[in-house]
Design a binder for this molecule. Structure first.
Ligand SMILES: NC(=O)c1ccc[n+]([C@@H]2O[C@H](COP(=O)([O-])OP(=O)(O)OC[C@H]3O[C@@H](n4cnc5c(N)ncnc54)[C@H](O)[C@@H]3O)[C@@H](O)[C@H]2O)c1
Ligand SMILES: [Fe+2]
Length: 386
């Protein structure tokens, strides 16, 4: 039964080679005087900030460049101080999910006041954000079009989500040229994150015909181009397919949320600092194998989209081929098979499982999931238990 329910994406998207120049049009068209640019130290070492500045340097601006991977509450506070110094009437995020999430948080705080921790949850604030342009430089999170920001509370060792349709950036500018400088290991991890977005959205209890179509096309693009983007990353074609794949996955999961993989990965990143994409990449085969019994036909579709040969296979056989296909892709691009190499053992497994159970993503996962299931999935991904 097709039941659309709800689909909304409020962000204006510009996509294409040299789309970066759209920034000047927005600044001039909106009569912007003061800009805060939000980015991270890694981006400062590339030429990308200079590329952006040619479209910004005719107005007053400051650059906040301290966003950490798995960005923190203090990153948001420090960015807010700078936003006030420059009296920003526009925020521009340039970077991966970490920079874009800090920019969303700071744009929220600029108009709603207080500290970002106070807004944990969905629809917890009522004023629109300060206008925000998001420019992704990884093909991964799709934070440029999503209603979420994910911030780490250092004191609680906890990654929390703030959500609401007002959090979506006003403009997203996607230019595949800016992803050419991504090192291969970050291309691998962020690309797998995008694939997980598409898989979790497609199998989410909230999926609808629009999100399913977007998610399947994202799976096709990412599974056919991620290896090449990792090993032949200066070829624009592969970067372009990956950036579009990531965007399509974002336009899907923004309306469906995700699933167990994201629920379980956030505690691993909050406590042990494992990069978001790597944590998802390690967890996803275990989560898929766990979910298959609930929705084998959906995983059979995923196997088809991943380009597996499926002649004469049963639905269950096809579904398991999807797991093997993802496992093989992760291995080919150098993702470790377990968390063992990160020195993670089971000493904090109860805290991780309790935190994971708080995630809204558990509720939309296709198989009903209890605390003991989460413990088992963590044990499998730490190494050992099958
Ligand atoms: N808001 C959302 O909807 C959403 C969705 C998924 C993930 N996230 C969050 O996003 C964060 C992860 O973001 P990410 O995976 O994009 O990584 P990231 O933003 O942490 O960046 C990773 C590294 O890549 C480098 N980098 C980025 N682009 C580059 C480029 N073009 N050239 C050279 N180096 C470059 C950065 O300097 C950084 O060192 C996590 O905190 C995760 O929770 C948010
Ligand atoms: Fe993600």
């Amino acid at each position: 039964m097709d039941n659309l329910g709800y689909y909304k994406n409020p962000t204006q998207i510009t996509y294409g080679v040299n789309a970066l120049k759209e920034v000047k049009k927005i600044i001039d068209g909106q009569g912007i005087k003061n800009v805060l640019i939000v980015t991270d130290p890694g981006l400062m070492k590339t030429g990308l900030i200079d590329d952006l500045l040619q479209y910004v340097n005719h107005v007053n601006y400051k650059i906040f460049s301290e966003c950490q991977p798995n960005p923190t509450v203090s990153n948001c506070n420090n960015a807010l101080d700078m936003l006030r110094e420059v009296k920003a009437d526009l925020v521009i995020a340039i970077g991966g999910g970490s920079s874009m999430d800090v920019a969303k948080a700071v744009s929220l705080l600029a108009t709603n006041g207080g500290e970002i921790k106070e807004y944990e949850g969905i629809d917890t604030f009522n004023k629109d954000l300060l206008p925000l342009i998001a420019i992704p430089t990884t093909a991964g999170t799709a934070s440029e079009v999503t209603n979420f920001t994910v911030i780490t509370d250092e004191e609680r060792e906890y990654k929390f989500t703030v959500g609401g349709v007002r959090l979506a950036p006003k403009w997203a500018i996607l230019d595949p040229m800016v992803t050419l400088t991504l090192p291969s290991h970050i291309t691998a991890a962020t690309g797998l994150d995008a694939l997980v977005h598409a898989i979790e959205s497609y199998t989410s209890k909230m999926a609808n015909p629009i999100t399913k179509t977007l998610a399947r096309e994202a799976i096709r693009k990412i599974s056919r181009n991620l290896r090449q983007a990792v090993y032949n990353g200066d070829t624009l074609k592969y970067r372009d397919e990956m950036l579009m794949g990531s965007l399509l996955a974002g336009l899907a999961f923004n309306n469906t949320r995700l699933g167990n993989c994201h629920a379980l990965s956030h505690p691993v990143s909050a406590i042990y600092g494992v990069p978001h994409g790597v944590a998802n990449a390690i967890l996803i085969p275990h989560v898929m194998a766990f979910n298959i019994l609930a929705v084998p036909e959906l995983y059979a579709d995923i196997a088809e989209d991943m380009g597996e040969v499926l002649d004469n296979s049963t639905v269950m056989e096809k579904a398991y081929k999807a797991v093997e296909s993802v496992r093989k892709l992760a291995k080919d691009i150098g993702i470790p098979e377990s968390f063992e190499s990160f020195g993670i053992d089971s000493s904090k497994i109860e805290k991780m499982a309790e935190d994971a159970m708080l995630s809204g993503n558990i509720a939309v996962n296709p198989r009903i999931t209890r605390y003991d299931d989460v413990i088992r999935l963590y044990k499998q991904s730490i190494g050992g238990e099958k």
